[in-house]
Design a binder for this molecule. Structure first.
Ligand SMILES: Cc1ncc(C[n+]2csc(CCOP(=O)(O)OP(=O)(O)O)c2C)c(N)n1
Length: 581
């Protein structure tokens, strides 16, 4: 047996296991050292290859596909800095619990640290941001370890997909010749075929423990349920059943997916970010129990409110993490979130006291009415743009929002409604990098994907547009151009007028029509709301990449939000007076 045959058999066995374990998508970047894996992957009809020249973009595109498909996606690149360019996406996948199978090619050990080109230390290069790392040793002369490589592949996919999901890294030091022996493989002489199947299930608790928790919950009258993004099938329906049974409000982060679709419940509260920042509201809505599910919500006002509650605070997490940045949890409950809701519901005889939920509902409705006043504004603004998305997004579409202000505007203005809109964002590490590429990944899986993104975040990941073009992504990008980082105008450094623009505002003056032209995107820059409506609705009728640029003003955004929050404060005062009289 020659080296080419052995290498081909080993790598092909590895790919067999990828396929057996349901990996159907691989994002691949060009390079030489990864040649055998690239050719063998391309030769599998079960696997769809997405090419992305830029590894940084490739990592994020894989993340987007994995998020949208809820399935692990593999990445493959060559050695050296190519592998280092995956780092931001690996970090995001780790913190947002998305399964990525990162395959990096490498030079063999005799070429390490001796000045060989494109050779860096790739061992454990993503550190603690992957769930597992392995160096894949490939024997040169026999098939003795072929079962082992199958087992490693299965084991790594299991690690990536067992809760909490996350990325894993397999590094393949490969010796030349790098072109696999396809003819040898076609003869079917591939060594042993043993493989291991994996089954995993939901984490549950003993009945006695559920009874104890149910008892604690039952003693409380003023409970609040808080939901971020939760990765547990059927959770949305079950948490609503729980809330209705308890008479507790659900403060639903946009990424909880609870605000959209057929969840007709008045327990869902969306405007908490706008009213919990008000001291009076925070006081009369003081809770004696907080049950938290999922990732940390976007809202800073909610974070501050959580910190101030002298309440029993339970964090339910099927991924057994420690999601408590404020350090106020009184109990971590490690079990599947959907199962938890079902079990608690079945152990609770208590009929709900409607006063508490009615108060939350009333405040929420009144605040929503004030926020809806934004529809009357004539000028283009980020706030009205998000309010209008409530009206314009079609059923079954996907909305990806950039970090910085877009995700915050969404939090303020995404109201509960029937049309089902799946909401996506990169909130694991909340970087402004890779957002275009992640949205491209989502758009390759889901129809009618809309990305709303700030100009700096857009600039940061313009390379992602090539992947959109090459893979014929149907993606509408709403590019909010306030010529710089709008978020900084809301932070204390905004008062440092002397340095503010140079260090934080960072205007760039780019003309993005040139970018659109470079990537053959359909482009329009809107001057009023009629043009915006027309461009957005029209974009759903067109195939390909569409960029709608909306010019806005950073200072004006600050004024609008201040004005709205002032009106909300006045309304809260009136409600508070009614409460105390
Ligand atoms: C990779 C990365 N670099 C820097 C930051 C810090 N940062 C947060 S928001 C922001 C400005 C983003 O501007 P833009 O995308 O235009 O959105 P806007 O603030 O105008 O809503 C920056 C630089 C970050 N979160 N991630």
């Amino acid at each position: 047996m020659d080296h080419g045959e052995v290498l081909s058999a080993y790598l092909s066995a590895f790919i067999d296991e990828l396929v057996k374990n349901g990996v159907t998508d691989v994002v691949l970047s060009p390079g030489s050292r990864s040649t055998p894996l690239a050719l063998l992957l391309a030769d599998r009809p079960e696997i769809k290859i997405f090419l992305d020249i830029d590894e940084r973009s490739a990592g994020f595109m894989a993340l987007g596909i994995a998020k949208a498909k809820k399935n692990p996606v593999a990445l493959l690149c060559t050695s050296g800095t190519a592998a280092a360019n995956y780092f931001p996406a690996v970090v995001e996948a780790f913190y947002s619990r998305v399964p990525l199978i990162v395959l990096t090619a490498d030079r063999p050990y005799e070429l390490q640290d001796v000045g060989a080109p494109q050779t860096i230390n790739q061992a454990e290069m993503y550190g603690s941001h992957v769930k597992r790392f392995a160096e894949i040793e490939i024997p040169e002369h026999d098939f003795g370890l072929i079962d082992h490589i199958r087992m490693i592949c299965t084991r790594f996919i299991a690690a990536a997909t067992c809760s909490p999901c996350g990325p894993v890294h397999l590094n393949f030091p490969l010796r030349e010749p790098l072109v696999p022996d396809m003819e040898f493989l076609s003869r079917g002489s591939r060594g042993e075929q043993r493989s291991v199947s994996i089954r995993s299930g939901r984490v549950t608790l003993a009945e006695s423990e559920i009874d104890q928790i149910a008892e604690t919950i039952q003693r409380k009258r003023k409970g609040v349920i808080i939901c971020g993004a939760v990765d547990s099938e059927g959770f949305e329906e079950q948490v609503i059943v729980l809330a209705d049974k308890l008479g507790f409000p659900i403060l639903a982060d946009p990424l909880s997916q609870l605000r959209r679709g057929s969840h007709p419940s008045r327990s869902i509260i969306e405007s908490y970010d706008a009213f919990l920042r008000d001291g009076q509201a925070a006081a009369f809505l003081k809770a004696d129990l907080v049950i938290r599910f999922g990732a940390i919500p976007v809202s800073k006002a909610l974070k501050v409110w959580i910190e101030k509650q002298e309440a029993v605070q339970l964090v339910v997490d099927g991924g057994c993490g420690w999601r408590d940045p404020a350090g106020v949890a009184t109990g971590m409950v490690y079990c599947d979130e959907t199962w938890f809701c079902k079990m608690i519901v079945s152990s609770l005889p208590k009929p709900p006291d409607q006063n508490w939920i009615t108060l939350w509902y009333r405040v929420n409705q009144e605040v929503k009415d004030i926020l809806s006043g934004i529809y009357d504004e004539k000028a283009l603004s980020e706030e009205k743009l998000f309010a209008k998305l409530n009206q314009l997004l079609p059923d079954q579409c996907s909305l990806f929002v950039g970090n910085s202000m877009p995700v915050r505007e969404l939090d303020t203005f995404l109201f509960t409604d029937k049309p089902d809109v799946a909401i996506f964002a990169n909130r694991g590490a909340s970087g402004i990098d890779g957002i275009v590429s992640t949205a491209v990944g989502v758009s390759l899986v889901r129809e009618n994907t809309v990305l709303v993104i700030g100009d700096l975040s857009f600039f940061h990941d313009m390379n992602g547009l090539l992947a959109a073009k090459q893979h014929h992504a149907n993606l509408t990008i709403i590019l909010i151009n306030n010529d710089g980082g709008g978020i900084f105008s809301f932070l204390p450094q905004a008062s440092e007028k002397r340095y503010f623009e140079a260090l934080f505002g960072t205007p760039h003056g780019l003309d993005f029509s040139n970018t659109a032209h470079l990537y053959d995107a359909d482009y329009s820059k809107v001057g009023n709301w009629n043009e915006f409506d027309h461009a957005l609705l029209g974009s759903f009728q067109k195939k390909g990449l569409k960029i709608i640029e909306v010019p806005t003003d950073r200072d004006e955004n600050v004024h609008i939000r201040k004005r709205l929050f002032h009106q909300i404060s006045k309304k809260i005062s009136a409600i508070a007076d009614g409460q105390s009289s």
